[in-house]
Design a protein around this ligand. Structure first.
Ligand code: IVH
Length: 670
C-alpha cells in the first residue's frame, strides 16, 4: 500500500517534471496551464497526506526553507573567469590569428554562442541532485544562493541517473551558465515597482543580480528568471574532448542550452554567425550584448591557457551599444494611469539598432535638471532592455551647438486641462482629475494587458477608439461592449470583433488576484494583489477591510493599506466593482498559505499559556481558525492555561469544549 502511494507520487512528479521541461526549457508546452495546475495540486494533496514521502527534489519543493539570514560565501571548484572583448572584425581576426600562431595548427573549429546579458552562476549537482548554486563573486569565492536558484523552473532539481548516463555525464558534476531576466518579466517588475513608488532597475542585468541576491526565495520565485547553461565541469575541469559535445550533453540531460549556437569550421563561418545573430537580436525575448567565440577542442584550450583573468581560447565580440545622437525638437507631456505627467523628448528621427527612434523618455523634471537638457540640444539616446529609449546625456561640441529653450512642466494637464500638482517630497507631478481621460485610457490598457486580464487584441488602437466614442468609460464597460459596437469601429472586421469578444469572455474566468490587480489601485502590483487575494479570499472581504486589517496582509504597510481603503471608499469605484460583479468576473478565490485543520473554528485563549499568546494565536490563524476575545455560544473551543478564571467558568456554563495546549497541538496535527 505505502509502496503504491510512493509509486503514484513519483509517477506524478515525473509527469510534472516532464511538463516543466516542455514549458520552461523547450518553450514548447504540451498541455495548458490549467491542466498543469491540476497535476500540481494533485501532487500537493498527496504529499500533504503523506508528508514523510516529500523529497527535496519534488516539483512542489522549489520554494522552501527559511529566507537566508545573510550572505554565505562559497568557494568555486576552479576560477570563474571573464572574457576579453573585441568590438570590430579586425580585432576578432587578430585574436583568431594568434590562436593559430600559438597552437601552430591550421584547422581549428570554433563554437559560437550568444553572449547572454545576465549574471554567471555555477550549479553543483551531487548524485544527480542540485545541491548548491553559487554566484560568480570575485571569480574564486561567490555567494551561496541555492534557495533562490531552486525557484528557477528551467533549472532541474535533479537529473535521473539513466539520463545522465545516456548523456555521458557523471553523477557529480557542475554546470556553469547565465541567469537572466527575460524582457517581459523585467518590464512587468519595473511597472510594479513604479506603482509602488520603488526605485526602478536600470536594465535586466541589474534586475537579475538584485533578484538572485535577494534573501527571500518566495520573491525570487515570482520574478521569473531563466537560466542557460554553457559549461559542464567535473572537479572544476571540463571532461568532454569538445566543447560542442558538452553543450549537446547538457541539452540531452535536460538543461536549457541556447539553440542559437554554431560549430564553425573557420573564421568566415564565425563572422557569418555574428552578422546573422545581430539582425535577430531585436526579436529575442531577452538581452544579449554580443557573441562568445570559443575554441572547440578541450586539448587545444588547455594548450592555449589563460592570461590573467581571461582565457586565450575564448573571446567576446561585443555588438555596438544601441545608442545614437540626435536633436531634441520638442517635448510631449504624457499622462499615465496614476495621473503622473512624464516629459517625453520628441527627437529628430534616428536609426538605432534596427529601428527608428523618434521619442525618448526624460523621466521627470529632476532628471532633466540632472542632464541639463534644453529643447534644441543634441543628445545621446540609448535603447536598452526597456521599451522606451532614454536620453543619457547632452552632447556639446562645435558640430552640436546647445539648445536654448527650457522645459516647463505645464500647469494644466495636457489631456483634460485640470491642475497639475507636485506632492511634497515626491519627484513626480500629477493631474488631480480622477476622471481624466488619459487615466481612463491607461487604466483600461492596464486592465486588458497580458498578465492582468489578458484581453488580447485590446491594445492602444482599440482602447483609444472605444474611449473616444464613449463606449467604454470604465473597465466594467468592457464587458458591455457588443459586436455591433466593435463593428462600428475602424479597421474591425467580423472575425477580429468576434476574437475580441471571445477574449473578453475568457477573461471572466481568470482568478481573483488578476481582478484585484486589474482594478489599478495605486501601489497594488501583481504581487500585492496575490497576497490580498490569498488573505481575504474575496473582493467583498477586501472591500470591507479596515486599514488595520489590510496591514495584516503580507507586505502591506500603512501606505498601501491607505491607498486600498481610499480606493474602495470612493463611490465610483464601488459601483465599478458592482459592474464587474454583474458581468460575472471571478470575485472569490481560495484563502491560501493557511492550513485548513481549524477552518472556521473559533477559539478563545485564557489563563497563562506556556507559549506567548501571540504565537498561539498565529498558529491557530495559520491553520485557518479564528481567535476571539470573549466566550459565546459560537465559540468552538476555549484553550485554558493555568490560573484560568471567568472565561473558563463561562465556557462551562455554555457547554463550550475546554481544551489544554496539548490538545490544541493535537488538533493542529503536531
Ligand atoms: S563563457 C571562460 N559563454 O560573459 C569562459 N560566458 O565576460 C567564461 N556570458 O562572466 C564564460 N554568455 O557571465 C560564456 N555563452 C556564454 C556567455 C558568457 C554570457 C557572460 C558570463 C561571463 C561574461 C564574460
Amino acid at each position: 500500500m505505502a509502496k503504491d502511494i510512493e509509486k503514484k507520487i513519483e509517477a506524478l512528479r515525473d509527469q510534472i517534471r516532464h511538463h516543466e521541461y516542455r514549458y520552461f526549457v523547450l518553450d514548447d508546452p504540451e498541455i495548458g496551464d490549467a491542466e498543469f495546475d491540476r497535476l500540481m495540486s494533485q501532487l500537493k494533496a498527496l504529499e500533504a497526506e503523506h508528508p514523510t514521502l516529500i523529497t527535496p527534489d519534488s516539483p512542489t519543493q522549489r520554494v522552501g526553507g527559511k529566507p537566508r539570514e545573510g550572505i554565505v560565501k562559497a568557494a568555486h571548484s576552479s576560477p570563474m573567469l571573464s572574457l576579453d572583448n573585441t568590438y570590430n572584425v579586425d580585432d576578432l581576426r587578430n585574436w583568431e590569428r594568434r590562436v593559430h600562431e600559438l597552437s601552430g595548427r591550421e584547422d581549428i573549429d570554433y563554437v559560437c554562442e550568444l553572449k547572454l546579458d545576465g549574471m554567471s552562476l555555477a550549479l553543483h549537482y551531487e548524485d544527480g541532485r542540485l545541491v548548491r548554486g553559487i554566484t560568480r563573486g570575485d571569480g574564486t569565492i561567490g555567494e551561496d544562493v541555492t534557495l533562490n536558484v531552486r525557484t528557477v523552473r528551467s533549472i532541474p532539481l535533479s537529473v535521473p541517473k539513466e539520463k545522465l548516463k545516456k548523456a555521458g555525464i557523471p553523477a557529480n558534476f557542475e554546470v556553469r551558465g547565465e541567469m537572466l531576466m527575460p524582457l517581459a518579466a523585467f518590464r512587468k517588475m519595473n511597472e510594479d515597482r513604479e506603482e509602488k513608488g520603488l526605485s526602478l532597475f536600470a536594465n535586466p542585468r541589474n534586475a537579475t543580480a538584485g533578484t538572485v541576491r535577494q534573501l527571500e526565495p518566495s520573491i525570487v520565485a515570482q520574478r521569473r528568471l531563466d537560466y542557460f547553461s554553457y559549461m559542464l565541469l567535473q572537479n572544476g575541469r571540463t571532461f568532454f574532448d569538445r566543447h560542442w559535445d558538452s553543450l549537446n550533453a547538457l541539452d540531452a540531460a535536460g538543461f536549457k542550452v541556447n539553440s542559437s549556437r554554431k560549430l564553425a569550421k573557420n573564421f568566415e563561418q564565425v563572422w557569418t554567425f555574428i552578422e546573422q545573430q545581430e539582425t535577430k537580436r531585436e526579436k529575442l525575448p531577452y538581452e544579449i550584448d554580443g557573441i562568445v567565440v570559443k575554441v572547440d577542442r578541450t586539448a587545444l584550450q588547455d594548450e592555449l591557457g589563460y592570461t590573467g583573468k581571461a582565457p586565450r581560447w575564448a573571446i567576446a565580440y561585443k555588438y555596438a551599444a544601441r545608442a545614437g545622437i540626435t536633436q531634441i525638437e520638442g517635448v510631449l507631456w504624457q499622462v499615465g494611469r496614476t495621473g503622473k505627467v512624464t516629459p517625453v523628448a520628441m527627437l529628430k528621427p534616428v536609426p538605432i539598432g534596427g529601428t527608428t527612434v523618434s521619442r525618448a523618455t526624460l523621466h521627470n523634471m529632476d532628471e532633466i535638471e540632472r542632464l541639463g537638457a534644453k529643447i534644441g540640444d543634441w543628445v545621446e539616446v540609448e535603447r536598452g532592455g526597456d521599451v522606451i529609449p532614454k536620453v543619457t546625456r547632452v552632447v556639446e561640441d562645435k558640430d552640436h551647438p546647445r539648445g536654448h529653450k527650457l522645459f516647463h512642466m505645464p500647469e494644466k494637464c495636457p489631456v483634460c486641462g485640470t491642475r497639475v500638482v507636485r506632492t511634497e517630497g515626491e519627484v513626480d507631478y500629477r493631474c488631480v482629475n480622477a476622471n481624466c481621460p488619459a487615466k481612463l485610457r491607461e487604466t483600461i490598457l492596464h486592465f486588458a494587458s497580458r498578465g492582468v486580464m489578458n484581453i488580447d487584441g485590446m491594445g492602444e488602437a482599440l482602447v483609444n477608439q472605444l474611449s473616444d466614442r464613449g463606449l467604454v468609460k470604465n473597465v466594467a464597460d468592457i464587458y458591455k461592449v457588443t459586436k455591433a459596437d466593435l463593428l462600428s469601429l475602424e479597421r474591425m472586421g467580423d472575425k477580429s470583433a468576434q476574437n475580441v469578444l471571445d477574449e473578453i469572455e475568457a477573461s471572466k474566468r481568470l482568478p481573483l488576484e488578476r481582478v484585484i490587480y486589474g482594478l489599478g489601485i495605486r501601489f497594488v502590483g501583481e504581487r500585492t494583489a496575490q497576497f490580498l487575494a490569498e488573505h481575504f479570499g474575496s473582493i467583498d472581504a477586501l472591500m470591507h477591510a479596515s486599514e488595520e486589517q489590510l496591514q495584516q496582509v503580507k507586505e502591506v504597510g500603512p501606505r498601501i493599506a491607505q491607498s486600498i481603503e481610499e480606493f474602495f471608499r470612493e463611490k465610483k469605484n464601488r459601483e465599478l466593482v458592482e459592474g464587474l460583479r454583474a458581468s460575472g468576473l471571478t470575485f472569490t478565490g481560495t484563502k491560501k498559505e493557511r492550513g485548513t485543520q481549524l477552518a472556521d473554528k473559533t477559539f478563545v485563549l485564557t489563563g497563562t499559556l506556556t507559549r506567548p499568546r501571540d504565537q498561539v494565536k498565529k498558529m491557530i490563524e495559520d491553520a485557518g481558525g479564528r481567535v476571539s476575545g470573549s466566550v459565546s455560544k459560537k465559540t468552538d473551543y476555549v484553550v485554558a492555561g493555568s490560573d484560568a478564571g471567568s472565561k473558563l467558568d463561562k465556557a462551562k456554563e455554555l457547554g463550550v469544549s475546554v481544551i489544554g495546549e496539548k490538545d490544541l497541538d493535537g488538533l493542529l496535527g503536531g
